[in-house]
Each structure stands twice: as C-alpha cells, then as structure tokens.
Design a protein around this ligand. Structure first.
Ligand code: NAD
Length: 478
C-alpha cells in the first residue's frame, strides 16, 4: 500500500534545504523539519589543521584526558532529555530506545576513560629490557550510519579520544541533528578541536577518508561503502577499521521451546525496525517445527504496536528513511514474487510516514535476495531445514559473518553448533546482546579490524618499543 508521501519527494534528507543545508526528514511523518550544515569537502583542511593543533595538548596528559572523558559522560547523561527526543524525531526509533542509546553513549565514555594502555614489558630470555609503549595516532576520522547515530559515534570517539587522538566525525546525512547536539554538549567539557562533528553530503565522507592529515578511518556502514572507504584511505595509507553489513542467522534446534523463545527471537529481529547490523535476519527451523515457529512469530508481528517513536505506546517506529523503505519494499515484493508467503505483513502501512508492517515470510526460496542479501528492515524470512549440517551450511553461506545464534534446550549441543558459525559473535538463546568489554569484529564481508573492549583502544594506538640493555650487560648486546 502506498501513501500520498512519495519516496522520491524533493524533501529527501540528502537534498538541499531551503537554507542551503542538509534537509532532515521526520520518518514518522515524511516531512522535513530541520536542516544541518552541508559542509564542502574543501572545508576539511581547516578542520583537520585544528584537530592537529588540538592533538598536541590532548595527547600529553592521560590523566587529564580520563577526567575530561568522565565529565563528558556526565554531560551526555545530563542532556538526555534533549538528545533522546531529537534522535527519535530524525531516526524514528521509540523514545525508550533513544534514551537507551544515550545511556550507552555515556557508559562507553566511562568504560574507555578508565581503560589503561600503559607500558608493558616484553620478555624473551635475552638480557635486554624491552618495553612496549602505546602512542596515539594523531587526528583520526569516523564515518557513521543512521541506524544508531549516537551509539555508533561513541563506539568510535570514546576509544579514539581515550587513546589520545583527536577526531573528525561525520554522521549520516539522514541523521545529523542529535550528533550535532551531542558535539555541542561535549564542546563544554572537551578542549576545542578534540572532537569535531562535520555534516554534509558526499563526497564529504570520501574526502575525509582520503585526507592526508587523517591517520585512522573508522567506518561503520554498508559493505559496498566500506570498500569505497578502504580505497579512499589507501591514498594516505591511513589505518582502516570497517564495521560492515550483516545477515545474521538464528538456528533453532529440534528441542527448542518455541513459545518460550518466540518473544526474544522476535525482538532480536525487529528492534529498531530490524535496522540493526546484528539483528536476526534469517531463521532456520527444523522442518517439523517450521509451521509452529512461523505462527508464533507471525502472532507477535501482528500484535506489535507500530507508530511514531514519540508515542509511548509504539514498540516499532517507522523505517528510518525513504531509500531504506524502498529497499525493504523491493526485497519483500521480490520474495513474494519468488513464491514466498507473508504470514504477517508484507506491505507498507497506509498512513503518512515510512511505516512498514512487521513481516514474517514463509516458503521463501533459499536464493531469494531477502535471504542472501542484507535487507535491513522489519522483515524476517523463516526457512526450514532437514539436518543440522544443512542449517549450519546455510547460515554460513552468504559471505557475511557478523553474528549468529543457536536456540535450544540442550545447551551443550547448542554450544557445539555455535562453534561452527563463521562470525564474530555467537549467542545461545539470545542474539545481539553485546558487552562493552568484548571485541567486536566481523569476518568475511562484515568487516576488517576490531572494535570494542581493550582491542578497540589498541586499534587507536600505535606500538612503540624501546630496547635497552640490562645494567649488568650494558653495551654487550647487539
Ligand atoms: P552507508 O554505507 O550507506 O553509509 C554509511 C556512512 O558512509 C554515511 O555516513 C554515509 O554518508 C557515508 N558514505 C557514503 N558514501 C561514502 C563514500 N563513498 N565514502 C565515505 N563515506 C561515505 O550505510 P547506511 O545505509 O548509512 O547504514 C546501514 C548499513 O550500516 C548496513 O549495511 C548495516 O549493516 C551497517 N551497519 C554495520 C554495523 C556494524 O557494526 N557492523 C553497525 C551498524 C550498521
């Protein structure tokens, strides 16, 4: 069903606003409501120079950095009542999820403020005192998507700043506002030039990634854009960390308790309208349970309250932007044309804004793009399998490798199956729950490099090793 709001409206957020900036659209209405600056790529030189100048002071005093980052966490929490509604307005997610995103941003600042990358001795039996020290890289860049604008920004600036780098951060042109507000909140506690939010349309991101003054490009987004970012960064040989797309599978075992698992499984697929890199995007159920699993998930899809994120009753907001809605519609229509059956949903909702009915698809051919590609929306194909080997092979068969999960009562069997998943994180009877202290990495087309935990800090540092002879053998070692 199509509403009166055209997908190709002149109010698209990546378009030019009346004031010459980026137009920002509320996905709950399809109407433009604000603008953000549309920076020209040639403005980057001055901003990188400012980050370079700020780096000298910022790198010098780890104690002062830690204190500033703890103050930043407090400032973010104190601004939650301003940040969260703005985030919901531009991104669409329910307000409680926006508050959770703000809280996660503050928690991440605290976590990295307290991590220590102090000197480490290296011992190999030789009479040499070798010491590994970690040095910051310099001005670095972050490029962020629209699904978790604040949380993903903090996953980049918290470790980068804690490591002693300064940063230019570019949010998605669809969701620049809450990030700009966050930048202004943090400007009250961080020295000038330490964190700069820069908004604009392409080729701004490409020019940022290739800028000769940038020493690390940390990117989160689609696999296709990640390839372009890696190519851009090759110009200056900047380090790259790429957190890319996913197509996570959930394998249900023969002894799974369908009713007890259905709520968790449903929300692991539909939270943030399915726009989570680590959402469950495919369910594999044993053939004898397939109909029950489809029915249990379809029941939840039909009763989930869909509405504007600012309405406290809404559990699911709109799809976040018009191109993403078009993508969800395409994948769903293509699956239905391929012979799939919509056990729930299958269409856009007949109301203003970018709302799509939560959709459970059965009888989907395994080679339909909704199964093989990342559709990134409120749509879940449920496939049936014969043997566990077939299920594992299908789960590992898309080229993506972000996360995966196994659901069942026999936890030892579930753990054995989880061990066979080719991805960065696997869960048993859960999905997409992450710890700040864990490494976060994808394999295959899901990413390059490691974020999260101490590994995220070291990803923002360069090793520097000093060898000196032990006093007793001074001068005698080559
Ligand atoms: P996207 O790749 O279209 O855009 C991401 C960012 O890159 C935006 O800021 C965009 O403006 C910028 N960009 C676009 N072209 C560029 C270029 N040539 N050079 C430099 N920057 C450029 O992704 P999206 O649609 O905003 O976000 C959705 C995607 O993000 C999904 O694929 C999702 O899986 C992925 N994602 C991954 C993770 C993860 O941690 N692995 C987390 C969240 C989202």
């Amino acid at each position: 069903m199509v509403t009166g709001h055209s997908l190709h409206s002149p109010q698209r957020p990546s378009g030019q606003g009346r004031g010459g900036g980026l137009t920002v659209v509320d996905p709950a209405t399809g109407e433009a409501f604000d603008e953000a600056p549309d920076r020209r790529p040639d403005e980057l030189d001055a901003l990188v120079n400012r980050a370079q100048a700020a780096w000298r002071g910022w790198r010098a005093d780890p104690g002062a950095r830690g204190t500033a980052l703890l103050a930043a966490a407090d400032a973010v929490e104190a601004a939650a009542a301003d940040l969260a509604p703005l985030l919901t307005r531009e991104q669409g997610k329910p307000l409680t999820e926006s508050y959770a995103e703000v809280a996660r941003t503050a928690a991440r600042l605290r976590y990295f403020a307290e991590l220590d990358a102090g000197p480490q001795p290296i011992t190999d039996g030789r009479p040499v005192r070798s010491e590994l020290r970690w040095r910051p890289l310099g001005p670095v860049a972050a490029i962020v998507p629209w699904n978790f604008p604040l949380q993903l920004a903090s996953a980049k600036f918290a470790p980068a700043l804690a490591a002693g780098n300064t940063m230019l951060l570019k949010p998605s042109p669809f969701t620049p506002l809450a990030t700009r507000l966050l930048g202004s909140v943090l400007s009250g506690v961080l020295p000038e030039g330490v964190l700069t939010i820069v908004t604009g349309r392409e080729p701004l991101g490409a020019r940022l990634a290739s800028h000769p003054g940038i020493r690390h490009v940390s990117f989160t987004g689609s696999t296709a854009t990640g390839r372009a970012v890696a190519a851009s960064a090759a110009a200056s040989l900047a380090r790259v960390t790429l957190e890319l797309g996913g197509n996570d599978a959930a394998i249900l075992l023969d002894d799974v308790d369908v009713e007890a698992s259905a709520d968790r499984l449903f929300w692991a697929a539909f939270r943030n309208c399915g726009q989570v890199c680590m959402a469950v995007k495919r369910v594999y159920a044993p053939a004898r349970l397939h109909a029950r699993v489809v029915e249990a998930l379809a029941d939840r899809a039909k009763t989930a309250v869909v509405g504007p994120g600012l309405d406290p009753h809404s559990r699911l907001g709109p799809v976040s932007n018009a191109p993403q809605l078009a993508r969800v519609e395409y994948y769903t229509a293509r699956a239905l044309a391929d012979g799939a059956r919509a056990a729930a949903g299958g269409h856009r909702l007949d109301r203003p804004g970018y709302f799509f009915s939560p959709t459970i698809l059965a009888d989907v051919p395994a080679d339909s793009p909704v199964v093989t590609q990342e559709q990134f929306g409120p749509v879940l194909p449920v496939l049936s399998y014969g043997t566990l080997d077939e299920a594992v092979e299908a789960a590992n068969g898309t080229g993506f490798g972000l996360g995966g999960s196994v659901w069942g009562t026999d936890l030892d069997l579930a753990a054995t199956v989880a061990d066979r998943l080719e991805c960065g994180t696997a869960w048993i009877n859960h999905h997409a729950e992450l710890s700040l202290a864990q490494p976060f990495a994808g394999v295959g087309e899901s990413g390059v490099g490691v974020a999260g935990g101490p590994w995220g800090l070291y990803g923002n540092l360069s090793p520097f090793v000093v060898h000196r002879p032990e006093a007793a053998s001074r001068g005698g070692v080559t």
